[in-house]
Design a protein. Structure first.
Length: 162
């Protein structure tokens, strides 16, 4: 099973603000939906709470150490390894990990693919993607988008593989 990270970050690596996204990029959201539809999507509890009800058509795996946390629309795993095993046992071919920052830090060494939305701006953020060496990755595609009524900022959809 391929492990893939899906992240949107600004120039400084910012990915979140107060539990949500610090921008609106309609074309990126459409890309995310097409990419992850029908697949297992793994995230931390804070990310789950920010996206609650917004990810139909996907099998959700939420990482939480709280035994009382039992969302109706997701499986719960106590660790990243346990979450990966749930997806593998279900026959998933590509597991999409969507955050937050601590989950990305733990999953980055395991990832074979990185779907990166590079936001061409610096915004206020309190959650960051871990530092990584782009030299370890090969850019396989890039599509650029301009700021518009659908997109708060210019951005690029990039796919990296190792």
């Amino acid at each position: 099973m391929r492990i893939s990270l899906v992240v949107a970050m600004d120039r400084r690596g910012g990915i979140g603000l107060r539990g949500g996204m610090p921008w609106h990029l309609g074309d990126d959201l459409r890309h995310f939906r097409r990419l992850t539809m029908g697949h297992h999507v793994l995230m931390g509890r804070v990310t789950y709470e920010a996206t609650a009800g917004k990810l139909p058509g996907r099998q959700l795996i939420v990482l939480s150490r709280d035994p009382d946390f039992q969302p109706a629309d997701a499986q719960v795993a106590g660790s990243l390894d346990a979450g990966i095993r749930l997806a593998a046992a279900a026959g998933e071919e590509e597991l999409f990990i969507i955050g937050g920052g601590q989950i990305f830090a733990a999953a980055l060494p395991l990832a074979a693919r990185l779907y990166l939305t590079r936001v061409h701006a610096e915004v206020e953020a309190d959650t960051f993607f871990p530092a990584f060496d782009e030299q370890e990755w090969r850019l396989v595609s890039q599509q650029d988008f301009a700021a518009s009524e659908r997109n708060d900022f210019d951005f690029s959809l990039m796919v990296f593989e190792r």
